[in-house]
Ligand binder design. Structure first.
Ligand code: SF4
Ligand code: SF4
Length: 411
């Protein structure tokens, strides 16, 4: 694609990066077939190719309107288009650059700004989010059904977190909403890793990975959260006191892996961010690397029921991890049911389910229909956002796969 970026951005790091990405796009349109918003709306401007044109126009100094922002807002950042693209177009980075520019040149309504401000203030702060959640759970029985579906019932108790006893040690990302919604997930990961000879620990003062505010188009706020997290982890990461940083939420994991890129032009934090990205691993990668030890633990395996696995976009497209969790669950004796259109987003996408409720719900209905087609006993996934979103649309239990592996190892 020929480009002629405007003077205001041409020589900046963002401009140079965007130009390199845009030049790779050959307009073939292969990406449109996998785009959930194009499938729902049928408008080329709601496809990756259309959005690439919009961003190109904005970067070349063309008009930036509320319609430009609307089509970018509707994008889930699921990155299914990146997986489908034969030319290696890094759409996810391009849309970040485009959104930042469009946000700075347009004015949202007061209501939209308030919603985003509240989400950006409450969600990354576990204490505030937990308090809001408890309040919602108290009044849950009195809420109208549509609202009730958005408030999950109280989480089950996390169970034991083994005391650190192994030489091998990894840091776990506690995250922001996960400790309030499902504290059992990281505890299950700690038990599984403990059996594999690895102690999992959480660093005090380590909060949100920054993805929430960054993807609410508050990129400076997101970067601030990222820096705070790097500060909290640095004593472990610098002193090589941790072998890896293990994430059980694939949405956070993909963000940690992008720190190196996001801070590449930051002279103060470039080196530290690169180290964090190097250490970041999804828990499935950590466990798959311990295959011989896991095989021994699962030597006596028995059939454990039917599972439909929803691979979050941040796992399969963002981190390009495919088939790993499915393989681990099968090793543990679970029968995986087939899921049509497994590449498709469930509609959760961080705060998308709140900001774009109509599109999000349509995608959830499609996803749950596909997941339930094989009549599984349980739906499993790998990201807290997908888990909570899917659970709001089905009576079947939706769980993190690490909890299922933990249960298999306990028996
Ligand atoms: S598949 Fe890739 S090269 Fe083709 S239009 Fe989409 S982004 Fe461009
Ligand atoms: S990230 Fe997802 S929703 Fe956005 S353009 Fe790509 S495929 Fe479509």
């Amino acid at each position: 694609m020929q480009t002629q970026l405007a003077d205001f951005i041409r020589a900046t790091p963002e401009g140079l990066e965007a130009e390199a990405i845009l030049r790779k796009c050959v307009h073939c349109g292969f990406c449109t077939a996998t785009c959930p918003t194009y499938q729902l709306l049928g408008d080329d401007l709601d496809s990756p190719r259309g959005r690439i044109y919009l961003i190109k126009g904005a970067l070349e100094g063309g008009p930036i309107t509320e319609r430009t922002r609307l089509h970018l807002d509707r994008c889930l950042t699921c990155r299914a288009c990146e997986t489908a693209c034969p030319s290696g177009v890094k759409y996810g980075r391009l849309v970040d650059i485009g959104r930042n520019l469009v946000e700075s040149r347009t004015q949202r309504t007061l209501w939209d700004r308030c919603k985003r401000a509240v989400l950006g203030f409450v969600l990354p702060r576990t204490v505030l989010f937990r308090a809001a959640l408890r309040l919602g759970q108290l009044v849950r029985p009195m809420l109208p059904s549509a609202l009730r579906a958005k408030v999950p019932p109280r989480a089950s108790l996390p169970g034991t977190w083994p005391a650190p006893r192994h030489e091998r040690r990894m840091l776990a990302l506690a995250g922001c909403v996960q400790p309030a919604l499902a504290p059992s997930i990281n505890a299950a990961a700690a038990r599984v890793l403990d059996r594999l000879g690895i102690s999992l620990v959480e660093a005090p003062d380590a909060g949100c990975c920054g993805a929430l505010r960054f993807h609410l188009n508050d990129q400076p706020g997101g970067r601030e959260d990222m820096r705070n997290l790097i500060d909290a982890w640095w004593p472990w990461a610098e002193g090589r006191q941790t072998e890896a940083i293990c994430t059980t939420a694939s949405g956070c994991g993909v963000t940690l892996k992008e720190y190196a890129h996001l801070f590449a032009n930051d002279p103060d934090d470039r080196v530290r961010a690169a180290r964090i990205s190097l250490l970041a691993k999804d828990v499935s990668e950590v466990i798959a690397a311990e295959a011989p030890a896991l095989e021994k633990l699962l030597a006596v395996r028995k059939p454990r029921g039917r599972i439909a696995f929803h691979s979050p976009c941040t796992l399969q497209h963002g981190q390009q991890i495919r088939g790993v969790v499915e393989g681990l669950l099968e090793k543990a004796g679970y029968e995986l049911t087939p899921v049509a259109d497994a590449h498709a987003c469930c509609g959760s996408a961080g705060t998308y389910s709140i900001l774009q409720p109509d599109l999000s719900q349509q995608l959830r209905v499609r996803k749950i229909t596909a997941l339930e087609a094989g009549t599984p006993a349980t739906i499993a996934t790998a990201n807290i956002g997908c888990l909570a979103h899917l659970q709001g649309g089905t009576a079947r239990p939706v769980r993190h796969w690490i909890e299922l592996l933990d249960e298999a190892l306990q028996e």
